[in-house]
Design a protein. Structure first.
Length: 231
């Protein structure tokens, strides 16, 4: 296998392993201020500053929609996210996932929920419950620690009328992934070897009504969920 292709394969595995963002790790722990990684001193200054802003995503209130392309299989979806500190709702197709203080995974067609986050139900769409916050941040920390990584490359772009601050970490001679955040730290654009997603609408501020409540009765029988198609 040629070296450039090997680098892309390795980076794909790293990014896929980190994109969920719900698994605790030493690299994603915060210092006493709660606004920066405890090991921030080991990061390049450009990435340290970027991740300090990105840490605000978990405290942000916003409503957004994303255009998501899972590159394997060419699966394209519209994913809706509503968030306040401690709780987020992710909706795609027939699926609703609540992550945070009141976790649940629900199917609208079944009008039923289980009381936990089922990441495997989101995975076919190319996203995870923290794809907009800690998932891509953890992926950046993993890539920057590779022996063949280069200095982060900063840039800007606009999505859904929102100015985004972007960073890409070279691996060898390539830039396999670009990640961009809103002023609140929410990831609004990510393009890596496995997935690309971009904001199509975004409003900072809390969602209206009861959108973050569990929408249907919770059941211990998850047969409705296991038998349901992924799309």
């Amino acid at each position: 296998m040629a070296r450039p292709l090997l680098a892309v394969v390795v980076v794909t595995a790293v990014l896929a392993g980190c994109s969920g963002g719900d698994r605790p790790s030493a690299s994603s722990s915060t210092d006493r201020r709660g606004d920066a990684p405890a090991d921030a001193a080991a990061l390049p200054p450009e990435l340290d500053a970027f991740l300090r802003t990105a840490a605000g995503a978990e405290r942000a209130s916003f409503v957004a929609t994303y255009d998501v392309l899972r590159k394997l299989g060419g699966v394209r979806s519209t994913v809706a996210v509503a968030s306040v500190p401690g709780q987020a709702r992710i909706g795609v197709g027939d699926l609703v996932v609540l992550a945070g203080d009141r976790p649940a995974t629900c199917l609208v067609s079944a009008e039923a929920c289980v009381d936990e986050v089922r990441e495997d139900r989101l995975a076919p769409y190319g996203v995870f419950s923290r794809f907009w916050s800690t998932g891509p941040a953890d992926a950046l920390r993993a890539v920057v620690r590779r022996a063949d990584d280069g200095r982060p490359v900063r840039s800007t772009r606009t999505a859904a009328g929102v100015p985004l601050e972007c960073v890409a970490v070279p691996v060898g001679s390539s830039l396999p992934a670009t990640s961009c955040i809103t002023p609140e730290g929410v990831f609004g654009y990510v393009d890596d070897p496995s997935v690309r997603y971009e904001l199509t609408s975004y409003r900072a501020g809390p969602p209206a009504g009861m959108v973050l409540e569990v929408p249907f009765p919770v059941t211990d029988d998850d047969a409705f969920l296991l038998a349901a198609p992924a799309s």
